[in-house]
Design a protein around this ligand. Structure first.
Ligand SMILES: Nc1nc2c(c(=O)[nH]1)N[C@H]1C(S)=C(S)[C@@H](COP(=O)(O)O)O[C@H]1N2
Ligand SMILES: [Mo]
Length: 241
């Protein structure tokens, strides 16, 4: 059984069903919180990742995927605003392998390192429990469809965590913060929007407000948001247009 079938099941004609409240989109838009639409990575060159936080030794690590072992993975991408784009083919390194082979020996995280905050070059950030990050389908991806990641989709490196909503899938990763707890952690955006786990199968869209209500609030934002993100990208490509 494919991983996707395991997550989302199949309907009576054998087609994979979508998770609750999601709708398939033909396009894969550049997307995010509006305030990040006009922010871009400073560099897309092969990178170094800063490691910091109260549960680890600080360090700067080189991104050397071939040393860890590359993996490919096809999976669906689920945005919290209800669009799903199916069957994207990513290439990169399993986070669990990066953690075991690079992080553990080199920066020795404490046994009570339980939270990982990923930081993007555009100032975006998102947090997941370390236990969720270690799942076999969580990838640090640097390629999509056999090509290096585009700026639109997260160059030079992004997270892919298919069991969680897209807002956990930080693009343009520059730093990883290993923490003992979320005490004092402030998510980007409004507090109600950031669920600590954001699992798609359980419709954990946000905190406090049920997922089926947030569906209706978020859905009308898809059109304007993807338009804004596309315009910002075009403007960056041709500043005078
Ligand atoms: N650095 C960064 N990562 C980000 C975002 C962002 O604005 N900046 N938006 C998040 C959201 S809400 C979504 S749905 C996905 C969108 O990924 P895409 O632009 O490749 O479709 O990126 C996530 N990661
Ligand atoms: Mo999203």
């Amino acid at each position: 059984m494919s991983r996707r079938a395991a997550i989302s099941g199949k309907d009576m004609s054998g087609n994979p069903t979508l998770p609750p409240g999601q709708r398939e989109t033909a396009t894969f838009p550049r997307f995010g919180l509006p305030r990040y639409a006009f922010r871009f990575p400073k560099t897309t060159a092969p990178l170094r990742i800063a490691i910091r936080g109260d549960a680890v030794q600080s360090a700067i690590l080189d991104w050397e995927p071939e040393r860890i072992g590359r993996t490919e993975q096809s999976c669906d991408f689920h945005c919290v605003t209800t669009w799903t784009h199916r069957d994207l083919r990513w290439s990169g390194v399993r986070f669990a392998d990066f953690y075991e082979r690079i992080v553990k020996p080199l920066v020795r995280p404490d046994a009570d390192a339980t939270l990982l905050v990923l930081h993007g070059q555009d100032g975006y950030q998102s947090a997941l429990p370390l236990i969720d990050m270690l799942a076999q389908d969580v990838l640090l991806a640097d390629m999509l469809d056999n090509a290096p990641l585009s700026v639109a989709h997260g160059a030079p490196l992004r997270l892919i965590a298919p069991a969680h909503y897209g807002y956990k899938a930080v693009k343009h990763i520059e730093a990883m913060e290993f923490r003992r707890s979320d005490a004092g952690y402030r998510p980007v955006g409004l507090r109600f929007m950031a669920h600590p786990r954001a699992r798609v199968a359980f419709e954990e869209r946000g905190r406090w407000i049920p997922g089926w209500i947030l569906r209706r609030l978020y859905r009308p934002l898809i059109g304007p948001t993807s338009l804004l993100f596309r315009r910002a990208l075009n403007l960056r490509a041709s500043p005078k247009a």
